[in-house]
Design a protein around this ligand. Structure first.
Ligand code: HXC
Length: 257
């Protein structure tokens, strides 16, 4: 591919984006952001892809936004350039996105993991929002997504002190859904991604949208949204096939996957 800071691979219905700036521990500079978002949007538009994996190296998922690139920027540079805005497009992908995290997931790296739909951590993973030590605070969604993910107490603890937490603590507070042995991370993430990618694609899109609605609206509105979207699945051939297959005691053959 034409990318310099990432690698993109496809295996079956799973597309994998591997962050690849090893000398900077995958720090998220503008080029890497542009490349990740472009690759993710291309996979998202591909009807042959049912799940996207984002991962880094064993040593680092990503050690944050690129401090060397940011250091010389002025307020006007940040505001006029709307620095980090492209990540909003990553957060709005329709395809389920799985973060496979090993090593450092700090600052923007932790924020990137939280933009994914689920996070699977290696034992070696370390999560934190150390921005306060740089005289700033999380700027790629961390104050919002970490607080929603783990609650105010833990979010304030992490963001105000800048400390890191282990994979086990991240599991205990609900930031990650699974912790696996470090050497098994890629295999386990690939299996989870393949499991998801085999479902009906329009149902995956609707499901992700419905769950994410929980972060955007009231309970009553969210439940109404769910109900309407749920009813709409009855218009899908894949819904007919899925229920029909169960009744006939056979495996569903979804058309849209
Ligand atoms: C640029 C980085 C970097 C980063 C590491 N590097 N993190 N470069 N931006 N975020 C570079 C180092 O400068 C070094 O390059 C190389 O990667 C290896 O890092 P070391 O520090 O030598 O490795 P180690 O001693 O193992 O320490 C690893 C580490 C440490 C604990 C992760 O690198 C670290 O603390 N990094 C910064 C973490 C951080 O503060 N992240 C938040 C960034 S702000 P050279 O060439 O010097 O050897 C953010 C959000 C900003 O993400 C949003 C608000 C505006």
């Amino acid at each position: 591919s034409s990318y310099e800071t990432i690698q993109v691979t496809r295996e079956g219905r799973v597309g994998t984006i591997t962050l690849d700036r090893p000398k900077a521990l995958n720090a998220l500079n503008a080029q890497l952001m542009t490349e990740v978002v472009a690759a993710a949007e291309e996979l998202d538009a591909d009807r042959g892809i049912g799940a996207i994996v984002v991962t880094g190296s064993e040593r680092a998922f990503a050690a944050g936004a690129d401090i060397k690139e940011m250091a010389a920027q002025s307020y006007a540079d940040m505001a006029l350039g709307d620095w980090f805005a492209a990540w909003d497009r990553f957060a709005n992908l329709r395809t389920p996105v799985i973060a496979g995290v090993s090593g450092h997931a700090l600052g923007g790296g932790c924020e990137l993991a939280m933009m994914c739909d689920l996070v699977i951590a290696a034992e070696s993973a370390r999560f934190g929002q150390p921005e306060i030590n740089l005289g700033v605070f999380p700027g790629i969604g961390g104050t919002q997504r970490l607080t929603r993910a783990v609650g105010k107490a833990v979010a304030m603890d992490l963001i105000l002190t800048g400390r890191t937490m282990t994979a086990q603590e991240a599991l205990a507070v609900g930031l990650v859904s699974r912790v696996v042995p470090t050497e098994e991370l890629l295999q386990q993430v690939a299996e989870v991604a393949a499991t998801i990618a085999e479902k009906s694609l329009p149902v995956l899109y609707a499901t992700k949208e419905a769950v994410n609605r929980a972060f955007e609206t009231t309970l009553a509105e969210g439940v109404k949204f769910e109900r309407r979207t749920f009813h709409a699945t009855f218009a899908l051939e894949d819904r007919t096939e899925g229920m029909g297959a169960f009744v006939e005691k056979r495996t569903a053959e979804f058309k849209h996957r």
